[in-house]
Design a protein around this ligand. Sequence first.
Ligand code: CP3
Length: 355
Amino acid sequence: MPEGRTLFERTLQGVRGKHAPVWIMRQAGRYLPEYRALREKVDFLTATKTPELAAEITLQPMKRFDLDAAILFSDIMTPLEPMGLAMDFAPGPVIEDPVRSPKQAEALRPLDPEEGTPFVLDAIRAVRSELPEDRALIAFAGAPFTLFCYMVQGSGSKDFMEARSFLRYETDVADRLLSLLGTSMARYLTAQAEAGADALMLFDSWVGLLDEGTYRRHVLPVVKEIVARVQADSGKPVIYFPNGGSNLLHAASEVHADAWGVDWTLPLSQATERLGPSAVVQGNLDPSVLFASREELGTGIDSVLSEGLAAKSHIFNLGHGIHRTTDPDQVAFLIDRVHASSERLYASELSGVDQ
Ligand code: CP3
């Protein structure tokens, strides 16, 4: 594989650079006044479907902060509409007609990204033409189980009971649905890579609701297939994020991802024990630490960085999305602190000086 163009991509290849790269889940979003100003004029769905607006929002945090990677402004639900599911956002996704019967499941169409989501591919082209060469662009998709949760439940939920029970009483239909989502999301990610995304992330936000046996039987094979297919077809790295899945990390290590996202409940050294020492990890500061004093925030950041030394290499991020009431100045502080602290930490590791 040729050496990555950006520090972010080289870190994904397992090479620790001068400092840790950093980006933040939901970095293009409501904690930014410039995002809120734009959203006063246009609703969320329209913003995601208008390439110029999606590109502008994607670039908002890149203009304000020294972030190493941009993530496309879009949503994991976006490709489900062309597959046959009408939806709205309030502010989370709401599906008009949740999938509760075999007939509804069978009526869903596989995704053709060029035909169904051309605005996403255009937004990627627009961002890539404006983003500096040394910054990476991440595109993403929802993982099949997480999309299945919303499709069947119809909206957000604490336990997605409708979706989890559908998996039990309509097992074959559920497996076919997961498989349809798998092939569709593999195509979607590959199309986004071809449009210019440098790396791809698969969000499995709700997989932590599953026990390991169920995960291995119904979910893991589809995730493995997506990651392998996208890596082979696009040649670009894939990050897999099994949110809430610290109990599943050992199983998830069988997904040959280029990196694994880790939520904040498990120190990165323990995550690495479960994923194996050759794993690249991304994470995992608790988003609530951004509400602590600068001193506490700094200590929290340094602790995540030193935990990250256990892995092959480390991309700094929060353990989940940034909260909408976060002060952007705290984010600026975080990014500078990650860069400065990791530079010192990595230099002393190389020279063998104890920290
Ligand atoms: O900056 C970025 O991270 C890129 C854009 C992005 C959004 N959603 C924008 C968004 C990404 C990567 C997502 C992924 C996403 N969407 C996930 C996976 C990540 C996770 O959180 O686990 C999930 C589960 C969704 C579904 C979804 N979309 C929810 C639950 C919500 C409500 C969120 C909330 O905080 O209220 C959305 C809406 C959404 N997606 C917003 C944004 C900026 C808020 C919309 C608004 O402006 O009102």
